[in-house]
Design a protein around this ligand. Structure first.
Ligand SMILES: CC(C)[C@H](C(=O)O)[C@@H](O)C(=O)O
Ligand code: SF4
Length: 467
């Protein structure tokens, strides 16, 4: 038999039918919906359709979740209406919902894995571009648009054109304080924000194998920032250990047969990818963005590109980006003063991320204000058990409830116009954290370093002082 990739196995196992034009109808094993799904539910209501598979549909309150109170009567604007609409739609269709006051509430891409809803071998869709996060478990997981959400609700299937395959192999070993976030920003800065567009990415190599599940989720989460709608990692012992015993994970005999199936998933020896990219992990430094696209990233030890060093099309973009960011070309990025920090999001709001940030903050004071919003209420409680909340609070940062929060600001957690934020999130587009807000993306440890120094700074010396 021909050697097949993880992607090819997952794809062929889920295809129901294939049209001559190449479109395939896929079965969807898990459908996750958040507040943004209201258009899709309205469409269903308009046609009098039920949800085809309520047991395979999971609703989560995250984008609009207020982080400073859970009492909606205290909250203004769109927030209560958006949350109540989701809760009503879930009730109408008999869907499981992780609502605002559910002790398991959190960001959809954090709680799917946390609950064992995300498993190897599944197709997982959500009307959200960071659905690739779930690919960290060896699942075929991708974000879909509002019309597609309605289609999945009504049929539990989705039409897709088969993407090409790309393998990103990260060789060597990561240096101290270099994390999955740095690996992601590194490859995106090399290949570009559309570098993986049209491809399903498989991350491989010793660096990827050595990542924790949290790190793998961070890496897969950022796939879309490099243009790839799917990012995945073959399941292994780390995956199985993470999944085992989670509430929705298979148990007993089901677990054993699942394990047998999961063992067949990794790409076969000799499987061919449409594109191969190799990155030396040993050369990656803690990385930060300087512009308004995730590809505009550089090592913290680097200098902002001089415009004449860039190709013409990139130079024009960079000039605008630097203007928006209030930065000068050709200057070192380190030392740029920040106004505030944010730690959280589906990229870097997991327990390990909070531990890494707390390791830097412990016993130090933040020079600027900042918000720490754990990725889920379960992460929040775990962090509190470990005393991490005290580290953040003693440093002077605000410790709040779970949600998308300042990653996108839909709940009102915004960066003020012109203010500069060191952020553990995944998007630095203009206005992403608020109108006129200036976002620098980086790892949670680097955000913590920015907090304690009040500027963009290399976290490594701060950690060395500790050892
Ligand atoms: C609001 C939602 C649809 C959006 C997405 O698709 O990713 C958001 O989560 C984001 O990160 O920009
Ligand atoms: S945390 Fe940010 S990136 Fe993740 S789903 Fe929410 S808004 Fe999107």
């Amino acid at each position: 038999m021909t050697a097949r990739t993880l992607f090819e196995k997952l794809w062929s196992q889920h295809v129901i039918l294939e049209e001559a034009d190449g479109a395939s109808l896929l079965w969807v094993d898990r459908h996750l919906v958040h507040e943004g799904s209201h258009h899709a539910f309205a469409k269903l209501a308009g046609r009098g359709l039920p949800v085809a598979e309520p047991d395979l549909t999971f609703a989560v309150v995250d984008h609009y979740a207020p982080t400073r109170t859970r009492d909606l009567s205290q909250v203004h604007g769109d927030v209560p209406r958006m949350i109540e609409t989701l809760e009503r739609n879930a009730a109408t269709h008999g869907l499981r919902i992780f609502g605002l006051n559910d002790p398991r509430q959190g960001i959809v891409h954090v709680i799917g894995p946390e609950q064992g809803i995300t498993l190897p071998g599944l197709t997982i869709n959500c009307g959200d571009s960071h659905t690739s996060t779930h690919g960290a478990f060896g699942a075929l997981a991708f974000g879909i648009g509002a019309t597609e959400v309605a289609h999945v609700l009504a049929t539990q299937t989705i039409w897709q054109t088969r993407p090409k395959t790309m393998r990103i192999t990260v060789t060597g070993e990561l240096g101290p304080a270099v994390s999955a976030k740095d690996v992601a920003l590194n490859w995106i800065s090399k290949l570009g924000a559309d570098g993986a567009s049209g491809y399903a990415i498989e991350y491989a190599g010793p660096v990827v194998r050595a990542l924790s599940m949290e790190g793998r989720m961070t890496l897969c989460n950022l796939s879309i920032e490099g243009g790839g709608r799917l990012g995945m990692i073959a399941p292994d012992e780390a995956t199985f250990a993470y999944v085992k015993g989670r509430p929705f994970a298979p148990k007993g005999d089901d677990w054993d047969s699942a394990m047998e199936y999961w063992a067949t998933l990794p790409s076969d020896e000799g499987a061919v990818f449409d594109r191969e990219v190799t990155i030396d992990g040993s050369e990656i430094a803690p990385t930060v963005t300087w512009g308004t696209s995730p590809e505009e990233a550089l090592p913290i030890t680097g200098t902002i590109p001089a415009l004449q060093d860039l190709p013409a099309d990139k130079a024009a973009r960079a000039r605008d980006a630097l203007d928006y960011m209030g930065l000068q070309p050709g200057r070192p990025i380190a030392g740029t003063p920040v106004d505030q920090v944010f730690i959280g999001s589906c990229t870097n709001g997991r327990i390990e991320d909070l531990r890494l940030a707390a390791a830097v903050l412990k016993g130090r004071k933040a020079q600027v204000p900042g918000l720490v919003s754990p990725g889920s209420e379960i992460v929040k409680r775990q962090a509190e058990q470990e005393g991490l909340d005290r580290v953040f609070k003693e440093a002077g940062l605000e410790w709040v409830d779970a949600g998308c929060s300042m990653c996108v600001g839909m709940n009102g957690d915004l960066v003020a116009p012109g203010k500069r934020c060191a952020s553990s999130t995944n998007r630095n587009f203009r206005g992403r954290q608020g109108r006129g807000a200036r976002t620098h993306l980086m790892s949670p440890a680097m955000v913590a370093a920015a907090a304690v120094t009040g500027k963009l700074t290399d976290v490594r010396p701060l950690l060395e002082e500790r050892s």
